[in-house]
Design a protein around this ligand. Structure first.
Ligand SMILES: *[C@@H]1O[C@H](CO)[C@@H](O)[C@H](O)[C@H]1NC(C)=O
Ligand SMILES: *[C@@H]1O[C@H](CO)[C@@H](O)[C@H](O)[C@H]1NC(C)=O
Length: 518
């Protein structure tokens, strides 16, 4: 009797703890960009699997999410991004580059568009909505911290790139530009030359100017517009600065195997690679056979999910195909259109199961735009790369991979086919690139816990400790002038001036006496 009861007791206790631990979490990832959606979906997937009730603000709602995920559709955000941003031809001709002010303007618009979306407004007006935690992506603007303010919950930032000064200043302080690059606006990798060091300092000063001096008028205007949502819940909106520097922790899509050994505050949790599905899906049968049969190896070429290879100019496509045709290897090119007259070793894939291809032992080289998700996967699966960066952080990702020794960089240009051919030959003949990426892959995998386990653990930690105040960096509340001891400097200057005045006075009196005596 006792024995048969036991399993039921265990089950009942288990389900009780599961229910007791389930929290209501709002996940805010409205960036209209496929790679950001992948990162948002992965946060949702892991936390839903951990049993939490999720509400997810996303530009690409899915039918496949489990029942404990509610979605708020912000697909209109795609209309807020200028299309020329993602066109290879424009980038080839260098007609468009992402300057700092354009970037801030664009991100401000996307944040504003999110809050003006009718679905978001309906959701915010619903007095039944309550949350224990908000998790929001940071993209050059802190307005999504308002969700935490409105629902009176602690919040977590997710930073989708390597830790850099703009995100670290939200939870700690800006790192020294002499050894920490700005991944968006400079393409310098360590160690810096004198000129690069000055560029990095200038980048921080300019960024500070745009973000903290020019744009606050606009962001404050958008924030004030949200006041009714606070008031309907019986609260006044807190000061925007108090709110935006109040994150409990920050998840970073980074890991030391992928970037630098940056010094980090206690509440920054590097979980780079958490989006990678650890059960690699099997390849479709035809692709599996093709890769198995490619005894000389397979080269996989993809420009990622943002840039469409069909925007490659016709002439360049032909040259690249001709160059690929001269190789012994099989080439898989992820391309969105059908190409006529293909060389026999080149295969076009309209849709490519990238992780499954990279996982295949015959895959010898990956030609990529160098997006962070791709460079992370390349480290995970230990494949060397040729990077063709197009915009944003792709330049620094590729340069970093080159500096680490597992990559070559080729720039977008009308003559890139020849350069690409040279790079491919060099990489296939020299084993050092593959050896290096295998070393880094070991570092990537040799962790105390998987990145997804860390994501679930620290989320839980923030909920259970009501905002994890014990992890907050003391640096966040010390003003710049105090860190730089400018007050001490001022005191010394004043004291010296005072001393000089006193000394002068004494000498003047003495000389006055002398004058009188004469
Ligand atoms: C900052 O976060 C803590 C912990 O989550 C919370 O108690 C406090 O009210 C927050 N302050 C503001 C201004 O939102
Ligand atoms: C935000 O969007 C609304 C509605 O589209 C617009 O009226 C307003 O001017 C925008 N505010 C800013 C600061 O861009």
């Amino acid at each position: 009797m006792k024995l048969s009861l036991c399993p039921w007791l265990v089950l009942a206790t288990l389900s009780c703890t599961l229910v007791a631990d389930a929290a209501r979490i709002l996940i805010v990832f409205p960036m209209p960009s496929p790679s950001h959606v992948i990162l948002g979906d992965a946060v949702v997937k892991h936390l839903a699997a951990a049993g939490h009730d999720i509400t997810y603000i996303t530009p690409v709602p899915k039918k496949t999410f489990p029942q404990n995920v509610q979605q708020v559709d912000v697909s209109d955000n795609f209309k807020a991004v200028p299309t020329e941003l993602l066109d290879i031809k424009t980038l080839l001709e260098k007609k468009f580059s992402l300057s700092m002010d354009v970037m801030f303007q664009l991100m401000n618009n996307i944040h504003n568009t999110t809050f003006h979306n009718p679905n978001v407004q309906k959701f915010l007006r619903d007095a039944n909505q309550q949350f224990d935690l908000v998790i929001a992506e940071w993209m050059h603007c802190e307005l999504y911290s308002a969700f935490a303010g409105i629902f009176n919950a602690p919040y977590i930032w997710v930073s989708t790139v390597e830790p850099h000064w703009m995100v670290l200043s939200l939870i700690d302080e800006a790192p020294n530009p002499a050894y920490s690059p700005d991944p968006m606006f400079s393409s310098n990798s360590l160690p810096f030359t004198f000129v690069e060091r000055v560029q990095e300092l200038w980048s921080q000063i300019r960024g500070y100017y745009w973000k903290e001096i020019v744009f606050p008028a606009k962001t404050n205007e958008i924030y004030s517009g949200l006041a009714p949502y606070f008031k309907m819940r019986g609260r006044e909106p807190p000061n925007y600065d108090d709110l935006r520097f109040n994150a409990s922790i920050m998840f970073g899509n980074s890991h030391v195997s992928l970037g630098e050994a940056t010094r980090l505050p206690q509440n920054y949790k590097p979980i780079g690679g958490y989006h990678i599905n650890t059960d690699v899906a099997p390849l479709p049968a035809d692709l599996q056979k093709l890769m198995d049969d490619s005894k000389n190896g397979v080269i996989y070429f993809s420009m990622g999910s943002n840039l469409k290879s069909k925007h490659f100019p016709e002439e360049l496509k032909r040259k690249i195909l001709k160059m690929f045709g001269g190789l012994k290897q099989t080439v898989l090119w992820k391309f969105e259109e059908v190409l006529p007259d293909l060389p026999s070793n080149v295969h076009i894939l309209q849709w490519a199961p990238q992780p499954s291809i990279l996982a295949h032992p015959n895959c010898v080289l990956f030609i990529t735009h160098g997006g962070l998700l791709s460079t992370t996967e390349t480290t995970y699966f230990a494949k060397p790369i040729i990077g063709i960066p197009a915009f944003a952080d792709q330049f620094i990702n590729v340069d970093r991979a080159v500096a680490k020794g597992f990559a070559k960089r080729v720039d977008l240009s009308y003559n890139m086919a020849d350069e690409l051919g040279v790079a491919i030959n060099e990489m296939l003949q020299n084993p050092s690139y593959t050896n290096k990426v295998k070393e880094l892959s070991f570092v990537y995998h040799h962790r105390i816990a998987s990145p997804s386990a860390e994501l679930v653990h620290w989320t839980d930690h923030v909920i259970k400790t009501r905002g994890a105040p014990h992890l907050r960096s003391p640096a966040i509340s010390v003003p710049f002038y105090q860190k730089m001891y400018l007050d001490l400097l001022a005191l010394i200057v004043v004291a010296l001036l005072g001393l000089r005045a006193v000394v002068r006075l004494i000498f003047k009196k003495k000389s006055d006496k002398k004058v009188k005596k004469q």
